[in-house]
Design a protein around this ligand. Structure first.
Ligand code: SAM
Length: 206
């Protein structure tokens, strides 16, 4: 994978998440597991990373694909009336949870670069009458969001996928209001990767 440029890496990531969302629910991770609700893939994973049953019952079922690696909202302290931005919003799980917290005077913006993910998120919003959630197609390195517009940024297991993390943080700084907050759940390396691991495209997304 050493010879791949940033654009190649983005295409690998995009293809990977396109496959995940377009193969739902057949490839659901609960299929064959012990969940009664086959196709609701995120349930077991979400419970193990800090979401409650109430959280999962409160959002459209196929917004939660079990792709997170923690719960950024546990530290985000989202309040009524705030504008929240979710970096890499997937099918919308965290956006729909935040939507209830900000209420009708607030706004939740979800940004994702995979058109098929965005489409599922938008369908979830339309079919379930969410009027304060806006899903935007775009890259977290070039956010389709105005300067100084956001109170809280959340992100769940996405920044690790970016080939230009500094650019992501520069963009978060640009769009956050003065005193704004950033709550990230993500994976971190505890030790170096082997050369073999670094060249493995599947591991990059997995
Ligand atoms: C691991 S999934 C997490 C989805 C969501 N946060 C959740 O917890 O369900 C990663 C998501 O980030 C999106 N993504 C990855 N890199 C991105 C980038 N550079 N810009 C925008 N979206 C990106 C992918 O399309 C995918 O939907």
């Amino acid at each position: 994978m050493n010879n791949l440029n940033n654009g190649d890496l983005k295409n690998i990531v995009r293809d990977s998440y396109k496959k995940i969302v377009t193969s739902q629910p057949k490839m659901g991770c609960c299929a064959g597991g012990n969940s009664k609700n086959v196709g609701y893939c995120g349930e077991d994973i979400s419970k193990s990373i800090g979401y409650s049953n109430e959280d999962m019952d409160a959002v459209p079922k196929n917004s939660n694909l079990g792709l997170g690696c923690g719960n950024p909202q546990l530290i985000a302290n989202i309040c009524e009336g705030e504008t929240v931005l979710d970096l890499g919003s997937g099918a919308g799980f965290d956006c729909f949870l935040a939507s209830k917290k900000v209420g009708e005077n607030g706004l939740v913006i979800g940004v994702d670069m995979t058109a098929e993910m965005l489409s599922q998120a938008r369908n979830n919003a339309i079919n379930n009458n969410y009027s304060n959630v806006d899903f935007r197609l775009g890259e977290i390195e070039n956010l389709p969001v105005a300067d100084n517009a956001v109170d809280v940024i959340i992100s769940n297991c996405v920044i690790n996928l970016s080939p230009n993390k500094q650019r992501v943080y520069d963009e978060t700084y640009r769009v956050l209001k003065n005193g704004g907050r950033l709550a990230i759940s993500d994976i971190v390396l505890m030790k170096g990767l082997t050369e073999e691991m670094k060249k493995n495209e599947k591991l990059y997304c997995g």
